[in-house]
Design a protein around this ligand. Structure first.
Ligand SMILES: Cc1cc2nc3c(=O)[nH]c(=O)nc-3n(C[C@H](O)[C@H](O)[C@H](O)COP(=O)(O)O)c2cc1C
Length: 370
C-alpha cells in the first residue's frame, strides 16, 4: 500500500492511524503504518512528555505524529471556572436525574473526572506543541479548523508535516490557504466529530479542491478493499481511527465497552452533540438517547456540554454502567467483531488491498478484451 506520500514520509504503508493510546500508535508505526497520537486528553504537559518519551523508545525508530485540537476560534482569557458558571442549573439537574435513574455511583473524594475541556483550549494545545517539538514527531495534525500560521511555520522549521481534518471542500481549501501539507478528508461515517458528507462523495471533492496537495481519506475505512477504493478516488492514503479501538494494544479500561464495540453493528452509532456540544459520531446508548430526546433540555454548545458531562461520563465508564456506556466510534464498528493485534489489522488491510487490486485488474483486463 505504497503511494507517493508514503514514500515521501518513509513508511511502508499509506495507512495513518489516529489513536488516543501510545501503545497503539507505536504498534501502527512498527507495523509499517504511520501512528498518530491524539493529544486532547493530555491536560498536563508532563504526562504528554512521558508518553512521547515512551513512544520514542517503542516506535522502532519509525515515524509517528501528534494530533492536537486547536479550535479555529480563539477564546482569550476564559477559564474553566468561567465556562462552569455558564451552565444552566436545569441541565445540571438533568444529568443528576439521569445518573440517579440508572443508579450510577459517584466518584471517590478527590478523584478527578478524566474528560476536561482544557485539552480543547488553544493555550493548552500550545503547551502540548512545546512538548511535541522536543520530540522527533514527523507529523502534526489539527482536528478542528486550520492551525494558526505561527504553528505551521514552527512545524515547517523543524521539518514536521502539517495535516488538518476537513469535512467539506470549503474547509479543505481554507487549510490549503493556511499552508498545511496534507488534508484529511473525513466523512460522515467517521468516529468523532464529523460533517455531513460521506467519504465516498467527500474524498474526490477534496482531492480536486486542493490539488496538488495530498489527501488522506478518513471515515468508514476498515478493510483493504476500502483502502483501494480510497486510492481510486484520488487519495494518497487513508486515516483510520475506530478500527484500533478493539486492538489488543488499546487500553479502553473497560471490558464491557470492548464487548459492546465487538457486538455493535454498523447501524449502532449516532451523530450526537451529547459528548462535546458539536456533532460527533459515537456508539448509540441510552445516554445519547436521553440527550437527543426532544423531551429533554437539549445539549449545550461546545465547550459547555463537554464540561457539563465530564464527571458523568467518568462515572459511567468507571462503573461500566452498560446501558449508558459509549465511546466515539464510526460506522465501521460493524466490522470490528474480534480483538486483534495492530499487526493483524495491518496484515488484513494489506491482503484485502492486494485482492481488490487483482480484482480490478481482472475486470479491466476483461473489459479491455470486449
Ligand atoms: C475514539 C475516537 C476519538 C477521536 N478523537 C479525535 C481527536 O481528538 N482528534 C482528531 O483529529 N480526530 C479524532 N477522531 C477522529 C479520527 O481522527 C478519524 O478521523 C476518524 O476516526 C476516522 O474515521 P473512522 O473512525 O471511521 O476510522 C477520533 C476518533 C475516535 C474513534
Amino acid at each position: 500500500m505504497q503511494t507517493e506520500l508514503s514514500r515521501k514520509l518513509g513508511v511502508e504503508h499509506a495507512v495513518f492511524g489516529f489513536t488516543p493510546f501510545p501503545a497503539v500508535a507505536a504498534a501502527i508505526s512498527r507495523a509499517g503504518g504511520f501512528g498518530v497520537l491524539g493529544a486532547v486528553r493530555y491536560t498536563a504537559p508532563d504526562d504528554l512528555k512521558r508518553d512521547l518519551d515512551w513512544l520514542d523508545a517503542h516506535a522502532g525508530g519509525r515515524p509517528y505524529g501528534l494530533d492536537v485540537v486547536m479550535p479555529a476560534k480563539k477564546v482569550e482569557g476564559v477559564t474553566e471556572a468561567d465556562v462552569e458558571a455558564m451552565i444552566p442549573e436545569g441541565h445540571r439537574q438533568f444529568v443528576r436525574d439521569t445518573l440517579a435513574r440508572y443508579g450510577v455511583p459517584g466518584l471517590a473524594e478527590g478523584e478527578a473526572s478524566g474528560w476536561r475541556i482544557t485539552g480543547w483550549m488553544e493555550q493548552v494545545a500550545r503547551t502540548q506543541l512545546d512538548v511535541a517539538f522536543d520530540h522527533p514527531i514527523k507529523l502534526l495534525a489539527n482536528a478542528l479548523g486550520s492551525p494558526p500560521a505561527d504553528v505551521v511555520a514552527r512545524a515547517h522549521d523543524r521539518g514536521v508535516q502539517v495535516a488538518a481534518l476537513a469535512g467539506s471542500a470549503r474547509h479543505a481549501r481554507k487549510h490549503q490557504e493556511a499552508g498545511i501539507d496534507i488534508v484529511v478528508a473525513q466523512g460522515y461515517e467517521a468516529g468523532g466529530h464529523t460533517g455531513e458528507i460521506a467519504t465516498m462523495v467527500l474524498t474526490p471533492e477534496v482531492v480536486e479542491a486542493v490539488d496538488p496537495l495530498p489527501v488522506l481519506a478518513a471515515g468508514g475505512i476498515g478493510s483493504g478493499q476500502q483502502v483501494a477504493a480510497a486510492l481510486t478516488l484520488g487519495a494518497q492514503g487513508v486515516w483510520l481511527g475506530s478500527i484500533w479501538l478493539t486492538t489488543t494494544e488499546a487500553d479502553l479500561h473497560s471490558p464491557a465497552l470492548t464487548r459492546k464495540l465487538l457486538a455493535a453493528g454498523s447501524g449502532d452509532t449516532v451523530r450526537s452533540r451529547a459528548l462535546t456540544g458539536k456533532p460527533a459520531r459515537q456508539l448509540r446508548t441510552e445516554w445519547t438517547d436521553a440527550w437527543d430526546d426532544p423531551a429533554g433540555p437539549g445539549t449545550l454548545p461546545m465547550p459547555l456540554q463537554g464540561l457539563l458531562v465530564a464527571e458523568a461520563v467518568s462515572r459511567i465508564q468507571k462503573y461500566e454502567v452498560e446501558p449508558l456506556l459509549g465511546t466515539p466510534v464510526g460506522q465501521i464498528v460493524g466490522r470490528m467483531s474480534s480483538e486483534r493485534s495492530v499487526q493483524a489489522v495491518l496484515d488484513d488491510l494489506t491482503r484485502g488491498f492486494e485482492k481488490a487490486v487483482d480484482r480490478i485488474n481482472r475486470i479491466a483486463g476483461r473489459s479491455g478484451q470486449s
